[in-house]
Design a protein around this ligand. Sequence first.
Ligand code: NAP
Length: 480
Amino acid sequence: MPEVFRNYINGEWVDGPTFENRNPANTDEVVGLFVKGTGDDVHRAADAAQAAFAGWANMPGPARGALLFKVADILEKKFDQLGEEMCREEGKTLPEAKGEVRRAINIFRYFGSEGSRLPGHLVPSERDRVHMFAIRKPIGVIGLINPWNFPIAIPAWKLAPALICGNTVIIKPASVSPLSSWRIVEACHEAGIPKGVVNFIAGSGGEIGKALVTAKPLKAISFTGSCEIGEWIHTEASKRRLRIQLEMGGKNPTIVLADADFKSAVENVVNAAFFSTGQKCTATSRAIVEESIYDKFVEAVAERMSKLKVGNGMEPGIDIGPAVDQGQLETDLKYIEIGKQEGARLVAGGNRLTGGAYDKGYFVEPTLFADVTETMRIAQEEVFGPVLAVMKAKDFTDALRIANNIPFGLSASVQTTNLSRVFEFVYGAEAGLLTINLPSAGVEYQLPFGGTKDSSFGPKEQGPAALDFYSDYKTVYLKY
Ligand code: NAP
């Protein structure tokens, strides 16, 4: 019998009917059973979080920080287990999963230290004997809604800054990968974070989302996921003037110029397009290549792709795991069909992988389309799978125009050795996250993270900027 993972409300583990979390690389395997929370659970959790708020907010920042360090230590003791569980619930390869667990641990330590700083402002007054300063204060009860693709890093980068600022929270994990964030909550419980401060409710996004936007004590929602759901939250939460932070989809470009280090450009594009099965919000889905190296580049990418091994991410030597579920697999195959019908040239891949162990999972071949033009749907719409569209550009100016000609603006990359092109790209690219001579995907936690245009709304996540969403200022003028 698979293990049952219960919801966590007001410091208690709460039972109820369950739903299955299955391994996308082997759907015979049930990773766990999760209690399906309800709207009533959300309202109870919100009341508990409200009751816990004053005590938590008034605890000194360094004491809250010490508890976050404990959470990090508990996660670290389970490092291998957490990596394996994530590989089994989400499908990414074991090294990628372990890298993500490491990142989550580092995030708790980073924001734990922030408890001893929580920087405000102290400036000289124009007036005589007036002392003026601004201190940070927490907001209150915050809903944290998570996607499935980074099941421990994203909950960590929402939860840790929320807690260090003195807020209390309700965590909603994605239904296809709830276990990794459940482990964080278990660690919070073991670390002794007071009851009501952290609450966890798995279950249907629609039901829990509706309850979150109506739960009276709620003050803010941080959401990462699709544009469609983000837009719904924006509309509903704005009716109550909830503070909102939305991180959503992308259609990220990598520009490859003729002067680039060719080998590393190929490697960076292949890495960013296909690793984690293309299921990173910062993945490259468009390679925009200068025409003088276009044919050579397409050929080299196809050659590199032929060496990629697709399979169960628990096995050594596997580069690419499965799509996360049946729905994402169907989306990948649908866009491959759309690409063919639109007249893009299918250079590699294009099929579901079948036979043997492949029949047990949602495996799709890494797929390369060349001669993609700007108006094609595979050049405009997010696939969120291992599908790369290669587009031809006359020169850098043309490439940058094509790169910006989309509604999204999450990440963008350029491969070049020309310093002027680097700076033109830095100032001209319409994206919140830029990489140069690196893959477009792969971020650290110490700097602001988030997009622009339709990809994002509200303050950035991570780094020092994270505090801006999870706290407010109180400004003080004092005559002495
Ligand atoms: P999703 O379908 O929008 O789901 C995200 C979360 O929202 C899940 O927990 C989901 O719950 C929940 N949800 C569903 N309906 C809801 C509602 N009406 N109200 C409130 N919450 C609701 O997205 P996804 O498929 O998990 O993730 C893939 C998307 O996330 C892609 O578009 C990707 O680009 C984006 N993403 C963006 C970033 C970034 O930083 N910009 C990072 C990672 C992913 P259920 O699972 O129960 O449906």
